[in-house]
Design a protein around this ligand. Structure first.
Ligand SMILES: NC(=O)c1ccc[n+]([C@@H]2O[C@H](COP(=O)([O-])OP(=O)(O)OC[C@H]3O[C@@H](n4cnc5c(N)ncnc54)[C@H](OP(=O)(O)O)[C@@H]3O)[C@@H](O)[C@H]2O)c1
Length: 294
């Protein structure tokens, strides 16, 4: 009998905010999905510590996945400024180790990167070919990860995204809702612009890009632009929270450790051209998220 080898997708960072939604979406099938015959394996730091070169390589090699989706990262942007060595070990070297493992078994690699590879000085939406110039350690280490991947694995897909929120992690939406329960006045930065992106929508885009065998760099985010302040206003409005005032402030007033780009909007036309898909406006996604999440 001609027994076909089971195809495997290995998702690293499966317990993170994006990882949990992506795992669910990859495992769900609508009957026409070209990925439905793949077995999807989710690993996180308990199963694979990407800082460790030897064990990362041997674990990936022994699983022999066809596709590795690499989401694991040190994502605390201010924490990366305090612990730059650890940020480099996880975000840059971690990607290198995963790429080496994938290279050894001929797997395709999908890597999640960030708008923070840009400095925000362009003042219009960034396309994939724009030169990166990160302002903070997180952006620098994620960019190094991109470079390590490009050098090692020809069949790679780098997806840059931004301002994520979802059911399974601490994020801006959960933080505003929590603060609105505790205080009557909230101060929010109004001089950084971007596009809030829902992890469920991003997961569907990742699946689509994989199905299209897309290669190279792609920018993926929900459509339309806001500031953290206007995003905050929408969160309160759509949640029907009254009696809480929002006060717009500047990034200087907030004075966080990591400098953030003032305008890191991503142009997502390339994904639309290649797959016919573009994500809905962020406000529509936010409404759905708030109406379906407890
Ligand atoms: N969140 C955003 O706004 C945003 C924006 C742009 C790009 N991205 C990128 O999107 C991806 C997913 O982001 P996310 O917000 O879902 O991140 P997340 O919730 O922080 O998830 C990352 C996962 O990686 C794990 N991890 C950390 N160190 C590891 C290690 N040494 N070995 C193995 N696993 C390790 C974390 O475990 P612990 O929790 O136990 O540390 C966590 O489960 C990341 O690559 C991130 O850089 C995120």
């Amino acid at each position: 009998m001609n027994k076909q080898k089971t195809k495997r997708i290995l998702l690293i960072g499966a317990k993170g905010m994006l990882g949990r939604d992506l795992l669910k979406i990859l495992r769900s099938s609508n009957g026409t999905d070209s990925l439905e015959n793949f077995e999807v394996i989710g690993w996180d730091v308990d199963e694979i510590d990407i800082r460790q070169e030897v064990s990362t390589l041997s674990k990936i090699e022994s699983l022999r996945p066809d596709i590795v989706i690499h989401l694991a990262a040190y994502t605390d942007v201010d924490g990366c400024e305090i612990n730059p060595d650890e940020a480099f070990r996880v975000n840059a070297e971690g990607m290198k180790h995963v790429a080496m493992g994938a290279q050894a078994c001929g797997a395709r690699v999908v890597y999640l990167s960030t708008d923070y590879v840009f400095d925000g000085e362009k003042k219009e939406a960034y396309v994939e070919s724009d030169p990166p110039h990160p302002l903070n350690v997180y952006g620098q280490t994620k960019l190094k990860g991109e470079r390590y991947l490009q050098e090692r694995v020809e069949d790679h897909l780098i997806i840059r995204t931004q301002w994520l929120y979802g059911k399974y992690g601490k994020n801006f939406v959960s933080s505003i809702l929590r603060q609105a329960r505790e205080k009557q006045t909230l101060t929010i930065v109004n001089d950084q612009a971007g596009s809030p992106t829902y992890t469920v929508d991003l997961s569907k885009a990742i699946r689509t890009l994989i199905q299209h065998n897309s290669r190279g760099i792609f920018h993926v985010a929900n459509q339309e632009v806001c500031t953290w302040y206007t995003f905050g206003q929408a969160i309160l409005k759509f949640s029907r929270i009254e009696g809480v005032s929002l006060i717009p402030i500047s990034s200087k007033e907030l004075s966080r450790r990591a400098v953030r780009p003032s305008y890191s909007v991503l142009n997502t036309q390339k994904m639309r051209r290649e797959t016919g898909m573009s994500l809905r406006p962020w406000s529509e996604a936010l409404k759905e998220y708030l109406s379906t999440s407890p």
